[in-house]
Design a protein around this ligand. Structure first.
Ligand code: NI
Length: 172
């Protein structure tokens, strides 16, 4: 168990497409455990490996609420195989301390991924749930895409980034 250092926006690793995980080794299992420790220590609901400086296609999620406990989930080599609808809600990211802004996402997705036992699974998450948004947010991290790339109001977001001494959104 270890709490890792979270890299913040501006670090090039966050813009780099991550490499597939070829084998769910003991090292990958340890990485996932450390990512959960790091996520909980920072009060996050999701964390992708590039955010701890590891350019591998793996992210972890725990979208539990007081009303609805959910299991810890690990997604390895995930891809979205079906998407539908749209929704807008406020998002933040552990790599952007204190920055929250409205982001557009698909309302429903089906994600295909490998779990920590190396088993391939399909998961459909509906209706603009936190889990649905979090999967899209974390999967983007594996492609070097960040939530500020999907913002509704770009100029407000640019101001927020400047206030928090973070770099501007890169030109498309
Ligand atoms: Ni994030």
């Amino acid at each position: 168990m270890a709490i890792l250092k979270i890299v913040t926006y501006g670090d090039p690793v966050l813009r780099k497409p991550a490499e597939p995980v070829l084998k769910v080794s003991a090292k990958i299992q340890k990485l996932a455990a450390d990512m959960f420790d790091t996520m909980y220590a920072n009060n996050g609901v999701g964390l992708a490996a590039p955010q701890v400086g590891v350019s591998k296609r793996i992210f972890v999620l725990d979208c539990s609420t007081d009303e609805e406990p959910l299991p810890q989930m690990v997604f390895i080599n995930p891809r979205i195989v079906r998407r539908r609808g749209a929704c807008v809600s406020r998002e933040g990211c552990l790599s952007f301390p204190e920055v929250f802004t409205e982001v557009k996402r698909y309302a429903e997705v089906t994600v295909r991924y490998m779990d920590l036992k190396g088993k391939t699974r399909d998961l459909t998450v509906p209706d603009g749930s936190l889990l649905c948004r979090a999967i899209q947010h974390e999967l983007d991290h594996l492609d070097g895409v960040l939530f500020v790339d999907h913002v509704i109001d770009r100029s407000t977001t640019e101001n927020l980034l400047e206030q928090h001494n973070l770099p501007p959104i890169e030109p498309d």
